[in-house]
Unconditional design. Structure first.
Length: 269
């Protein structure tokens, strides 16, 4: 058994299905088509963090960016941290270059919100008292993501972006306990890994900024059919579980380094 591993966790989307008065948000501007949870395994977090921070400082000193709005300290964006949604394309390319040569491995679970909505509606038809909450989807996805990730190490340190109250930390612990139980039941093998959870602010942790970038690349594939970003990092993919892609199996589809996403050929989409 290996000694220690480090995971950095982030999500894309919020799992929200309904607006005011039960209005379905799917198909509306504020609705999200997919919910994704990603974990970036980083053997040497200090090294990756130092490289990303050095890059950000170099870019801030570059006169090419001196008038770029997101690089201004008052805007509290790239001047403080990398965030794929806010960074300009030239910055994104430099970050992707760092990630492409880094020693990292990416795992993700992808949910299609159309199928989540269908499940909730079917559940409501059977049980009028049932009320969906986005935390339910989040916790289920955590359990899926870590089901086969916890047993190979003596200690596992999981850092995730802060989500508000301490109740979320307790819920995260519960979801990881479910992941542990599912593994033990499936393989009849006890998981003895010591798990440490570290909530943190992405501004303070460049490795959380790194997982944001990889998730952003995956989101572009699913939301816009734009594969060139995730393709650049594809050899860093350990496993992507598309839960609702059930054309060939009831459990969904697993994509790996050797089984890329459909039509992911390396060409820009």
């Amino acid at each position: 058994m290996n000694a220690t591993t480090h995971y950095f966790v982030d999500e894309s989307g919020d799992g929200v299905l309904f607006g005011t008065q039960g209005r379905v948000l799917l198909g509306q501007p504020e609705g999200r088509s997919h919910f994704m949870l990603g974990a970036l395994q980083v053997p040497n977090p200090q090294s990756l963090a130092a490289e990303l921070e050095a890059l950000r400082q170099d870019l801030l000193k570059d006169p090419y960016f001196k008038n770029v709005e997101s690089m201004q300290l008052a805007r509290c964006k790239t001047a403080l941290m990398f965030h794929a949604k806010d960074d300009v394309p030239e910055v994104r390319r430099e970050v992707f270059k760092v990630l492409a040569r880094a020693d990292i491995r990416f795992y993700a679970v992808v949910r299609d919100m159309r199928f989540v909505l269908a499940y909730v509606q079917q559940r409501n038809a059977r049980d009028a008292a049932y009320r969906y909450h986005p935390n339910e989807l989040y916790d289920q996805t955590v359990a899926r993501l870590f089901k086969d990730r916890l047993h190979s190490y003596e200690t596992c340190q999981i850092t995730y972006g802060t989500r508000g109250s301490t109740e979320r930390t307790r819920a995260f612990h519960g979801a990881l306990a479910l992941a542990r139980t599912r593994f033990e039941q499936r393989w009849n093998k006890a998981v003895t890994t010591e798990i440490t959870l570290l909530p943190n602010n992405p501004r303070k942790d460049p490795c959380l900024q790194a997982v944001d970038y990889v998730l952003w690349a995956l989101h572009r594939y699913y939301s816009r059919g734009e594969g060139r970003f995730i393709d650049m990092l594809w050899d860093k993919v350990g496993l992507i579980h598309a839960v609702d892609d059930k054309a060939n199996a009831a459990y969904g589809t697993y994509y790996t380094k050797k089984k890329p996403l459909p039509e992911l050929t390396g060409a820009a989409s």
